[in-house]
Design a protein around this ligand. Structure first.
Ligand SMILES: Nc1nc2c(ncn2[C@@H]2O[C@H](COP(=O)(O)OP(=O)(O)O)[C@@H](O)[C@H]2O)c(=O)[nH]1
Ligand SMILES: [Mg+2]
Length: 312
C-alpha cells in the first residue's frame, strides 16, 4: 500500500468495517495512489451494484425521495448506499448536514451507508471518483447504490455518466421545465418524476413533459413520467418499479453490457491521462536539465513523449 494507507485497511474493509469503507472513499476523493492497490485486492470477487442516479434542481425533493426509496429497499431486504455528489465542492468527508438530518432514521441501520463526495479540481472529476467508489461499495456488499446530485451545472451530466438509470426530478413550480430544456436534461433522463404532486400545477408539468417527449426521436426506451409526494412516500413503489423496468430493458437490449464495457474503457483513458500528467510534472521537477530544454526549445509535445518513453 502507499505511504498514506493504513496497512490494515484492506483487512478491515474485508471484515465489513464501515469505517474502512469510509476511509477508502476518502482515498478515492483525494485520488490517492493507494486506491490502485485496494482496487486490485478487491476486484476478483466484487459484485456490481445497481446504480440509480437522482438529479434535478435544488429543493425539488431529491433527498426526501431518496430517503423514501431507501426505506422501500430496506423493506425488500436490499442493502443500499447513498452517495450525494457535489462536483463543485472539495472533499467532504461525510454526509452533508441537511441530508444527514433528513436521512437520520437510517443512521443506525448497518445495511444503509450515506455519504457525500466532492471532487473539485480532480481530473476526470466526479464521474471517475464515483465509479471507483461504486466498485468499492459493490465489493463491500451493497446491493444498490443511489447517487444524488447536490451541485448544479455539470452535475446532471456527471450523474448520467455513472448511473445505469437516471431519474430527473421536477416539481410543479414554475421555471423547472424551462431550466430542464436549457440543461439538455431530456437526453439524459430515463425516468421523469414530478415530485410535490400535492401542490397545484403538477398535471400541467406532466402534460408539458409528455408534449415535449412526443417530439423526441423514437427510441427503444420511452422515459415514463411519474408523480410522487416524497414527503408522504407516495408513488415511490411505482418509481422503483420503473427503475427496475429500465434496468431490465438495459439487460435485454444488451446495452447494460455495452455501457459497462465502454465506461471501463473511458475510465482507463481518464486514469491514464491523470497518471501521465503526474509523471510529466514529477519528471520536470526531478530533472532540471529536461525542464531547461523544454523552456529553451518550447516543445511540450516532444518533451511529453520523451517522459512517457522513459523506463520507470
Ligand atoms: N409539499 C411537498 N414538499 C416536499 C415534498 N418532497 C420534499 N418536500 C420538501 O421540499 C424541500 C426540499 O427537499 P429536499 O429533499 O431537501 O430537496 P433536494 O434539494 O432536491 O434534495 C424540503 O423542505 C422537503 O420537506 C413533497 O412531495 N411535497
Ligand atoms: Mg438534497
Amino acid at each position: 500500500m502507499g505511504e498514506n494507507t493504513d496497512p490494515v485497511l484492506l483487512k478491515r474493509f474485508r471484515s465489513g468495517d464501515v469505517r474502512a469503507l469510509a476511509r477508502a472513499i476518502s482515498l478515492i476523493e483525494r485520488r490517492d495512489e493507494s486506491v490502485r492497490e485496494l482496487e486490485q485486492a478487491l476486484r476478483p470477487d466484487a459484485k456490481t451494484p445497481g446504480v440509480a442516479g437522482f438529479t434535478g434542481a435544488p429543493g425539488t425533493g431529491k433527498s426526501t425521495l431518496v430517503d423514501a426509496v431507501v426505506s422501500l429497499l430496506r423493506k425488500k431486504q436490499s442493502s443500499v448506499a447513498v452517495l450525494a455528489t457535489d462536483p463543485n465542492s472539495p472533499f467532504s468527508g461525510g454526509a452533508i448536514l441537511g441530508d444527514r438530518i433528513r436521512m437520520q432514521r437510517h443512521a443506525l441501520d448497518p445495511k444503509v451507508f450515506i455519504r457525500s463526495m466532492g471532487a473539485r479540481g480532480h481530473l476526470g472529476g466526479l464521474s471517475l471518483a464515483s465509479r471507483e467508489a461504486i466498485r468499492l461499495l459493490g465489493a463491500f456488499g451493497f446491493d444498490e447504490v443511489i447517487l444524488e446530485t447536490v451541485g448544479v451545472g455539470q452535475s446532471e451530466l456527471e450523474v448520467a455518466a455513472v448511473a445505469d438509470t437516471t431519474v430527473v426530478v421536477l416539481t410543479p413550480n414554475l421555471g423547472d421545465s424551462v431550466q430542464m430544456i436549457k440543461a439538455g436534461i431530456l437526453e439524459i433522463a430515463d425516468i421523469f418524476v414530478v415530485n410535490k404532486a400535492d401542490l397545484d400545477g403538477y398535471t400541467r408539468v406532466m402534460a408539458e413533459l409528455r408534449a415535449m417527449l412526443s417530439l423526441a426521436p423514437k427510441a427503444e426506451w420511452k422515459p415514463p413520467i411519474l408523480a410522487t409526494v416524497a414527503s408522504r412516500q407516495e408513488g415511490v413503489e411505482q418509481l422503483w418499479e420503473a427503475v427496475l423496468a429500465h434496468r431490465r430493458h438495459l439487460e435485454k437490449s444488451g446495452q447494460a453490457q455495452a455501457l459497462s464495457e465502454q465506461r471501463l474503457r473511458d475510465e482507463t483513458g481518464e486514469v491514464a491521462a491523470e497518471l501521465a500528467r503526474r509523471r510529466a510534472r514529477q519528471a520536470l521537477e526531478d530533472d532540471p536539465e529536461l525542464a531547461r530544454r523544454l523552456l529553451a526549445d518550447r516543445t511540450p509535445y516532444r518533451t511529453a513523449e520523451e517522459i512517457l518513453d522513459r523506463k520507470r
